[in-house]
Design a protein around this ligand. Structure first.
Ligand code: GDD
Ligand code: MN
Length: 371
C-alpha cells in the first residue's frame, strides 16, 4: 500500500460517542503542532451509539480521517490488527479513544520509532509512569496481568499497555493471533522486532463512558500468554525464547558453581588438608571464576570474546556483582530468619532467589551489556 502518511494513529472504538470527536480533534491538533503528516484511523466494532455517525461526519470534512466499521469477530485486538493492515504509513500508533493515553505524547513515540526503535511502549510502571483514579480492584487485576506479561517479557515494564507505536515491518505478515485486550503482547511475542523503548506516561481513567473489560477477558488473557509461550518454544527463537534461554543458562551455570564450590571445599579440606575456612574462600572464588567462564561463553556468548582486556573487564564486573549477590543473600537470610523468624532454610531460599535476580539483572544489563 502506498505510504501517503508519516504516521497512522489507530483508535479502536466501541461506543465512544462522548469521546471520539474530542480525541480525533486532539490528535489532529498534535499533528499540526508537531508538523507530522498523519492520518487517524478509527476501527469501530459496530458501535451501538452515535460513534459511527460522528466519525463519518468528521471524516467527511477531514481527508486524513478514516473509518473502518467491523461487522464480525468483535474484539479490541482484532480491531487493532485490522488497523495495522489498513494503515497508509510506516509507523503505526495505537491509542485509546477515552483519553486514558495522553495524545500529547504521540510525537515522542513517533520520534522513537524514527530514531530506530522497532516498538515504542507507553509504560505505567516505569519511573515517571503512573495510574490515576483506579479503584483498588482494577489496580490489582492489572498488576496481576502485568506480572504474567513480565514473566514472558522480563525486559518490558508494561507489556500489557494499550498505548504503543510500532514500525510496520514488525507486524506485517507476522502470525499474530489477536484475541482479547492485550494486543501489545501479541506484537511482542510474535512480531519481528529487535529493539524497543519505553516511554513513561500517566494513565488517566476515563471520565466518559464505561470500560468494556469483563471477566472472560482475563481467561482470554491467560490463554494468550500460554499461546505466546508455546509459540516461542516451538520456534526456538524470538524475544521470549532468547531472554529465557539466558535466564535458564544463567541458572544452570549457577548450579554448576555450587558443585564446584562444594567439590573444592571437600577436596581442599579433606585431601589437601587446608583449614576449612581457607578452603571455603578458595572454593567460593573458583566457583565465581567457573561461573564467569560459562556465562561468558555460553549464557551471553560475548561477541568480543577474544579480546583479553574486555574479558578481564567483564570478569571484574562479574566478580563485583557476585560479591554483591553474596551480601544480598546473607542479608535476606539474616533479616528473614533472625528478625522475622522464618525457618532458616526457607529464608535462605528467598535469599538465593533474590540474589539470583540481582546477579542476572545486573550482569545482563551491565557486565554483558554489549553481548
Ligand atoms: N474496536 C473495538 N472493539 N474497540 C474496543 C473494544 C472492542 O471490542 N473494546 C474496547 N474498545 C476500545 C474502546 O472504545 C477504547 O477506545 C479502547 O478500546 C480501550 O477500551 P476501554 O474499555 O476503555 O479499556 P480499558 O481502559 O479497560 O483498558 C485499557 O487499559 C489496558 C491496560 O490496563 C486499554 O488501554 C487496554 O488496551 C489496555 O490493555
Ligand atoms: Mn479505558
Amino acid at each position: 500500500m502506498a505510504d501517503t502518511y508519516d504516521l497512522t494513529v489507530i483508535i479502536p472504538t466501541f461506543n465512544e460517542e462522548e469521546n471520539i470527536a474530542a480525541i480525533i480533534g486532539a490528535v489532529n491538533e498534535i499533528f499540526l503542532r508537531s508538523s507530522i503528516h498523519g492520518e487517524v484511523l478509527i476501527v469501530d466494532d459496530s458501535s451501538k451509539d452515535r460513534t459511527i455517525e460522528i466519525v463519518q461526519e468528521i471524516a467527511g470534512q477531514n481527508d486524513n480521517v478514516r473509518l473502518i466499521v467491523r461487522r464480525e469477530d468483535h474484539g479490541l485486538s482484532q480491531s487493532v490488527v485490522e488497523g495495522f493492515g489498513a494503515a497508509r504509513s510506516e509507523i503505526l500508533q495505537v491509542i485509546d479513544a477515552d483519553f486514558s493515553h495522553p495524545p500529547e505524547l504521540i510525537p515522542r513515540f513517533y520520534e522513537a520509532i524514527r530514531h530506530g526503535a522497532d516498538i515504542a511502549i507507553g509504560s505505567r510502571y516505569m519511573k515517571g509512569g503512573d495510574i490515576e483514579q483506579w479503584p483498588l480492584k482494577r489496580r490489582v487485576i492489572s498488576l496481576g496481568a502485568t506480572v504474567f506479561g513480565r514473566i514472558l517479557f522480563p525486559e518490558v515494564t508494561d507489556p500489557v499497555s494499550g498505548f504503543f507505536a510500532v514500525r510496520r515491518e514488525v507486524v506485517f505478515g507476522a502470525p499474530l493471533a489477536p484475541r482479547g485486550y492485550k494486543i501489545l503482547m501479541e506484537v511482542l511475542g510474535r512480531g519481528r522486532w529487535h529493539s524497543f523503548v519505553e516511554i513513561p506516561f500517566v494513565f488517566k481513567d476515563r471520565e466518559e463512558g464505561t470500560s468494556k473489560l469483563r471477566p472472560d477477558t482475563m481467561v482470554d488473557y491467560l490463554r494468550q500468554c500460554a499461546g505466546i509461550a508455546r509459540f516461542s518454544i516451538s520456534r526456538r527463537a524470538g524475544p521470549v525464547w532468547e531472554e529465557w534461554t539466558k535466564i535458564v543458562r544463567f541458572g544452570l551455570v549457577g548450579l554448576s558453581g555450587i558443585l564446584v564450590n562444594m567439590g573444592l571445599l571437600y577436596a581442599l579440606t579433606e585431601v589437601a588438608g587446608l583449614y576449612y575456612l581457607i578452603s571455603a574462600a578458595i572454593a567460593i572464588e573458583l566457583s565465581i571464576v567457573n561461573n564467569f567462564v560459562w556465562n561468558d561463553i555460553w549464557t551471553f556468548g560475548a561477541v568480543d570474546n577474544l579480546r583479553f582486556e574486555r574479558k578481564v573487564q567483564r570478569f571484574g564486573s562479574f566478580q563485583a556483582v557476585s560479591m554483591g549477590g553474596l551480601v544480598i543473600n546473607m542479608a535476606i537470610l539474616y533479616l528473614l530468619a533472625d528478625v522475622a523468624g522464618v525457618y532458616y532454610l526457607v529464608a535462605n531460599l528467598a535469599g538465593i532467589l533474590i540474589a539470583f535476580a540481582w546477579n542476572y539483572g545486573i550482569n545482563r544489563h551491565y557486565t554483558w551489556v554489549r553481548a
